[in-house]
Structures are given as structure tokens and as C-alpha cells.
Design a protein around this ligand. Structure first.
Ligand code: 4AD
Ligand code: MG
Length: 474
């Protein structure tokens, strides 16, 4: 049986078998066993007088075992029920001298170096169960909204998105690549007959599918070779990108807000126990911080706040006014001073707006065309585009999206102005040649959502094996 199922049934002395990994073994008598199905451990009580002494010696933290016994109401405090062990089998021992995950508090930094074993801790198992439930919540939401799930390519031959630096995919001999006459590498002899990269986004391909299936979404890995060593950036992260025909920017914002609220509501119900545990963890961690850095709300309160309140919608122009007149700007506390319209917003500005000024999730829209991608729809003012970013407390940008430019002539102008090769985007432009229609979409960084939902503070701790600059261990 799974321990999760066991906890749901009354303990009437019936015989049960469970399998898992030993969390602790105390007094040669009490095994706390966990199988990953749930946060809690089942207490297994062995009668050391009748048990084989050699067998008991093999039991220590980390060992994989099978336990059969009678499931009874517990005599001791701390648990409602326990298993009185009649049979014990050890699949694999874990030498206490070398097994790194001991029953004590390990730092998150230490556990990052043991990423292959860290899921055997309460914190990481809770985080990963929440992550898994969120992923399911994503599919559930879109399915119920009538969206089709599409898989866009991971290896891409177009690098026109401009979302960030790309990783090259190549099978050429690095020591001895074929060269062109001018001495540069001849990628026409590479595997795909051209230069290829790992995708930074599935958006452009998703747009083609929206123009036939109507409402679609992608949910897959994306890759960015930006050298940003922050607690919010990964070189490999998962992104959810819905794309909707006939949606304008307001429809897009409505959907994004409904979507985030829906998946958070889903985990509040599905992951209650794990979230309460993570809530306590965050409260403990907060106590070690200086007063000013502590959060006003607990994790559960933060999630509920997002679910229950409208996101504040503010235009870029309004945001710049607020920032210009803000205390940190006047006192030159921002690293990047805001003095005029057109400035790109840095995360310090986004966090000021969300955490200090509005104190709630904010949707910023209508950004200057100069700081946004070529495909965003030009407004009548000829200065701003129909872009929107959703900013979250403690996270900063969690969603980036826009209404797409559906007018062929204007799109071509924008492509030219940005110095992109039009030829490369021939198929993308075809969408504007044949049955073009208004459409919109956005991208949500899945790990940023998991960060918010779990209250963890480093994005490296919400993905099983993080890829960051100088690190691709495991
Ligand atoms: O704002 P971005 O770059 O938008 C796009 O890629 C669009 N093509 C999306 C669309 O309209 N379909 O990225 C979208 C989101 C960001 O808001 C952020 O949450 C996340 O992806 N993100 C990252 N997450 C982790 N590590 C990184 N290096 C990230 N870069 C972006
Ligand atoms: Mg963005």
C-alpha cells in the first residue's frame, strides 16, 4: 500500500505491507518510513527481541525496506496509527558513514550538491509534489477551457524570436569543423544543413497552430544562454504558452489572471498538507531574517490573496509616473534611475510597484515598442505596443505576453526596423497573408510559478536538476 492511502483508512489491526525509505530509526525499535506518496512518515514498530539482530543492523536512515505488519492505533504520542512489524525485508542498505542525508537540518546549498538525493527530504518531496500538482492543474485548466495541447520543436532553425541568447545544437566535429572560404564554420554541412539552436520559446510555432485549432497551449522546456546568475533565472526552464485566435489584449489578460487563479486554487485543495508544511518552513526561515526582509503574509495567506483579489492593471505610462515620483527614485536608491518615458523596467522597479506601491499582483500593459519584441501589435499612438507583463510579489515578472501584430504591412515594417531577416520568417508572415486574424498569447515561466506556490526563494530549488551558468551537474 501507499502510505498516503494507509493514512486514509481506519487502523483496525489489519495486515498491511508498505515499502519506502527509512527516514529515522530510533531506539532499535521505531522506524519512520516514507514512500514519497505523502509528507508524513508511517511509524513502524519492531520488536527487537524477536527480530533477527543482523537484519536490524542493516536498517538506518536512507535504507530501502519492505515492512509487513498489523496496522493499529498508536500507543505512543505523535501519530494516530502505526504498523506493528511482523516481517521486514531490506532491499538496500545506506551506510550511515557515507549517506549524506542525515536526520538533521541540511542547508539548501548543501542539498543542491546532492540533487540526486535531496528529494528524500521532507522539503524537496513537498516542493516536487506541489510542482507535479501544478503541472496537472495547468493541463486541467486548458482542457476545461477547450484548448488543444501542442508540442512545438525544441530544436529550432529560426532565431528570430529575440528572447535571449541561444544554445547551438550541432553534430559537427568541434576539433575540425568544415570551413567556408572566409574561414567561418560551414553549417550547411551540419546535421540539419543549417545552423540550429535550442528554442527560447514555442510562441511563433504555437501561433501557426492557433490559426487553425483556435485555442492552443504549449508546455515544454525552453533554453536561454543568458549569463544571469540570479535566484529567478535558469538556463533550462519550462514555459506554458497559450495562444488564442480572436483574442485581444484584454481577453488575454483576463485569461492569464483566470489561469493563475485556477492552478493556485487547484493546489490549495490538492496539496493542503504539503503547503502547510512549506508555510511553516517559510515562517521559520523568515525568523532568521532581519525584520525589514520578513514577509507580512504567510505562504498560505499569499496564495489565497492572489486567488481572491483582482490583479491591478496599470499602463506602462502610468507606471513610469509612479516610479519617477517614488521615494527610492528621488533618493537615488534605484540602481537604474528612472528619468524618462521609454526606460526599460528592471526587476527593482517591478518589485517596487508590486511589493511597495500596489501590494498585489500587477499587470503592466502598453509598453514602448522600442523595448519589446517585433511581433507585438502596434497601438494607434505609433509608440506603444499591446504588450502585457504580470508581476508577482517576491518574484517579479511571472508572465510576458501580447496581442500579436496581424497586419502584414505593419509587421514587415517592424521586422525591418529591428534588423531581422524577413526571409527567415516567411512562414510566420504567411499567417498574415492567408486568413490573418487578431490573436494573442502569453508565456508563463513554470518555475517562477512553483517558486511562488512553494515559498522557496531560489529557483534552483524548484526544478529537479537546475541548469545555470557553470552548472550542469547530474
Ligand atoms: O517574457 P518572455 O521572454 O516571453 C516569451 O518568451 C514570449 N514568447 C511568451 C509568449 O508571449 N508566448 O518569457 C515568458 C516568461 C517570463 O515572464 C518568465 O516567467 C519566464 O518566462 N522566464 C524565465 N524563467 C526562468 N528562467 C529564465 N531564464 C526565464 N526567462 C523567462
Ligand atoms: Mg518578458
Amino acid at each position: 500500500m501507499k502510505i498516503k492511502s494507509l493514512f486514509k483508512i481506519p487502523a483496525t489491526g489489519q495486515e498491511v505491507t508498505v515499502r519506502g525509505w527509512v527516514r529515522t530509526f530510533r531506539a532499535n525499535r521505531f522506524i519512520a518510513l516514507n514512500d514519497g506518496s505523502t509528507l508524513g512518515n508511517i511509524q513502524c514498530v519492531v520488536d527487537f527481541e524477536s527480530m533477527d539482530e543482523e537484519l536490524l543492523k542493516k536498517i538506518s536512515t536512507g535504507a530501502a525496506i519492505k515492512v509487513t505488519g498489523n496496522y493499529v492505533e498508536s500507543q505512543g504520542k505523535g501519530q494516530a496509527a502505526e504498523i506493528q512489524v511482523t516481517e521486514l525485508y531490506v532491499y538496500g542498505e545506506a551506510d550511515p558513514e557515507s549517506y549524506p542525508i542525515q536526520p538533521k537540518k541540511h542547508s539548501l546549498e548543501f542539498l543542491r550538491e546532492k540533487a540526486h538525493l535531496r528529494v528524500r527530504t521532507a522539503t524537496f518531496s513537498a516542493v516536487m509534489r506541489v510542482r507535479s500538482a501544478l503541472a496537472f492543474g495547468v493541463h486541467k485548466f486548458f482542457r476545461e477551457e477547450g484548448f488543444q495541447y501542442v508540442n512545438t520543436p525544441i530544436v529550432t532553425g529560426s532565431d528570430a524570436e529575440g528572447a535571449g541568447e541561444m544554445f547551438r545544437v550541432s553534430s559537427l566535429d568541434t576539433k575540425n569543423p568544415p570551413l567556408k572560404e572566409d574561414g567561418s564554420v560551414d553549417f550547411s554541412q551540419d546535421f540539419f544543413g543549417k545552423e540550429t539552436h535550442l528554442t527560447v520559446s514555442g510562441q511563433l510555432e504555437a501561433e501557426t497552430y492557433a490559426m487553425g485549432l483556435g485555442e492552443v497551449y504549449t508546455f515544454g522546456p525552453t533554453f536561454r544562454a543568458e549569463n544571469s546568475n540570479t535566484t529567478r533565472h535558469l538556463a533550462e526552464f519550462w514555459m506554458i504558452e497559450p495562444e488564442m485566435a480572436f483574442f485581444d489584449l484584454d481577453d488575454n489578460m483576463d485569461l492569464a489572471e483566470k489561469f493563475i487563479k485556477s492552478v493556485l486554487t487547484y493546489i490549495l485543495k490538492e496539496c493542503e498538507e504539503d503547503l502547510i508544511f512549506l508555510d511553516n518552513r517559510l515562517t521559520q526561515e523568515d525568523k532568521t531574517k532581519p525584520q525589514a526582509e520578513r514577509s507580512e503574509l504567510s505562504l498560505l495567506e499569499k496564495i489565497k490573496f492572489v486567488v481572491e483579489n483582482d490583479f491591478k492593471r496599470v499602463s506602462y505610462t502610468e507606471a513610469i509616473e509612479i516610479l519617477k515620483n517614488s521615494k527610492p527614485n528621488k533618493k537615488k536608491k534605484f540602481k537604474f534611475h528612472i528619468d524618462e518615458w521609454g526606460a526599460d523596467l528592471q526587476s527593482e522597479h517591478e518589485r517596487f510597484l508590486v511589493e511597495k506601491h500596489f501590494k498585489c499582483p500587477v499587470i503592466l500593459y502598453d509598453y514602448p515598442a522600442t523595448i519589446k519584441a517585433f511581433y507585438m501589435r502596434m497601438n494607434e499612438d505609433q509608440k506603444t505596443v499591446r504588450a502585457m507583463d504580470i508581476l508577482f510579489p517576491g518574484i517579479g515578472e511571472i508572465v510576458g505576453g501580447s496581442q500579436r501584430e496581424e497586419r502584414l504591412d505593419i509587421l514587415k515594417e517592424r521586422i525591418k526596423a529591428m534588423g531581422i531577416d524577413e526571409e527567415e520568417l516567411w512562414w510566420y508572415l504567411d499567417l498574415r497573408r492567408f486568413g490573418s486574424a487578431p490573436h494573442s498569447g502569453f508565456g508563463l515561466g513554470f518555475e517562477r510559478l512553483v517558486l511562488f506556490a512553494t515559498g522557496m526563494s531560489n529557483i534552483r530549488d524548484v526544478i529537479p536538476f537546475p541548469r545555470t551558468p557553470q552548472n550542469a551537474a547530474f
